[in-house]
Structure formats: C-alpha cells, structure tokens
Design a protein. Sequence first.
Length: 330
Amino acid sequence: MSAPRRALLAVGISLLSALFFTATYVLNRAAAVEGGHWAWTAALRYLFVLPLLLPLMPWQGGVAPVAKAIRAAPGAWLLWSGIGFVLFYMLLSYAAASGPSWLVAASFQTTVVAGMLCAPLLYDDARARIPRAALGVGVLIIAGVLLMQFGHAHGALDRKAWIALLCVVASAFAYPLGNRGLLLHLERRGIELNATQRVFGLSLASLPAWLALSAWAWLQAGPPSASQVGLALGVAISAGVVATILFFQATGMVRDNATALGAAEAMQAAEVLFAAMLGALFLGEAWPRGQALAGAALVVAGIVLFAWIVAHDARRSAREAEALRSDRGN
C-alpha cells in the first residue's frame, strides 16, 4: 500500500474509532445522572474489557507473546498502562458528572495537540519534530473547544467546571502519551504486537489498579447498581474493545510519520460532534447553539484540514522518495 493511501486509511480508521469512543461520554453521563459513583464507572469498564478480549486472542496472535513481553519488562507495561489507561479513564470518569456529554467530549479534544507536544519528550529521531501545520490546525480545533465550553457556560466557568475541565485536559494528554510510550518501548525491543494484543496487554497490566479502585468504590458507595453495570458493559464493548483496537490499529499504521500520527490522534475531535447528536437524541441534552455551535464548526473545519494536510504531506514524501530513487539510479 502506498504511503498516501496508508496515511488516509489510518485517518479514516481513527475517525471510525471516534464514533465508537463516543459511547464513553454518553453512557458515562447517563450513569452519573442516575447517581452512579465515578470510581465504579472507571473500574467496571476495564474489568469487563479483559474477558471480552480473551475470546478474540486466539485469532489475534494469542496471549503468549503478550505475556512474554510483559514478563520481559513489567515496569514499562505498568508505567504506560498506568498513564494511558488508569490515569486517563479515572480522570475522564470523574469529570463525567460536570455537564452534558458533548461538553466533556469537547474538552477531551485537547488530545489533538497532546500527542504532538509530547513527541519531543519521547523520541530522539525525526519524530521528535512537532509538525507546524498539524499543530496550527490542532490549535484551531482547541479554539473551537474553548468556544463550545464558554458558550455553554455563558462566558464563565465555576469552580466545579474548571476542575472538571482540568481533569479532562490531563486525561487528554495521558491517553496518547500511554499509547505512544508503549509503541516506542516495543519498537526499541524489537517486539511486534498487533493492536488487539497491545490493548489486551495494557488492560492486563492495569488490572491491579482497577481491582484496588473497585475495593475503594465499594467502601465509598457500596456495590454498583444493575443499571451502572449495564452501562459500563456498553462502554467496555464499544469504547474499550472496538474503539480502542481501531485507534491502536490506526496509530500503529503511521507510527513513523509524525504528521499522519498527529492527524490520526486528532480525528478523535469528531467525538464532540457524535456526542452532541447522541446526547440530544438519547439523553435529552440541548444541542449546542450560538458560541458553542460556532465552536463545533471550527472543530469540523479542523478535521477537514487535517485530512488535507495528511494527504499533501504523504504525497510530498512519496515524490521525494521517488526523486531519491531516480537520482540513485542515475
């Protein structure tokens, strides 16, 4: 497959993953509205993910290579699962009670620049470069997010809203950082694991943290309600299994292309649009309007621009490679 097609396919897969990730915001919001404790919301998702993934593993490379990789470097797996799964989802679940699902989804879209800004801290090669065009579009999307936030809050955020916003922003940095960190660890050790194996491995490595959080949630709020368990199962299937595997597949396809990797991560910005539609249809939430609607339009424009930048960058790289081969042939 040519580089331009691979880059655009990765962007498309990531956009599809955003649709399934949206269940996180809508179902978590439903659990919060019903009075479900945020710690149960966080822990139940990943407690369900492991048994859901197990039947898939024989057809996805098996469990043995994952177990071998974890035994070889347990510290790395604990670190990146702790950042990319535990910290990410605990903060996101805590923020779920702060407002409409589309508002939490909008705040999470700071992830469009999070991965790029973390790159210089992770890499020591060409990937450490922050693509200027991609960063510029990411800033445009964040401007749209802020418009949505302040439009919803009528120009001011109270203390609770600011705490929730900070939690979601930290979560938005933790998710791509954990994913990129694990990819880099595997690359340096020469280990090949597919997307499903990586999700299974991170879920397994994070299991002690989820068991501890479950014990704390039981002490704080007692057992979860049947409704919260059902909602968490829905999140586990849609977001924990389908969306995460799709996202890991997309980012793994373009791990060596800084612009395409940033764009694949940025497609998660579409979640705010999906969340607005699903929240209005199923939770009776108000549609964004006024400033918030203008912000949503900026997010859409940013997604379109990212797709164009990726296609342009991939075509340019292909032309440069072809010119190099021609020069060598002469």
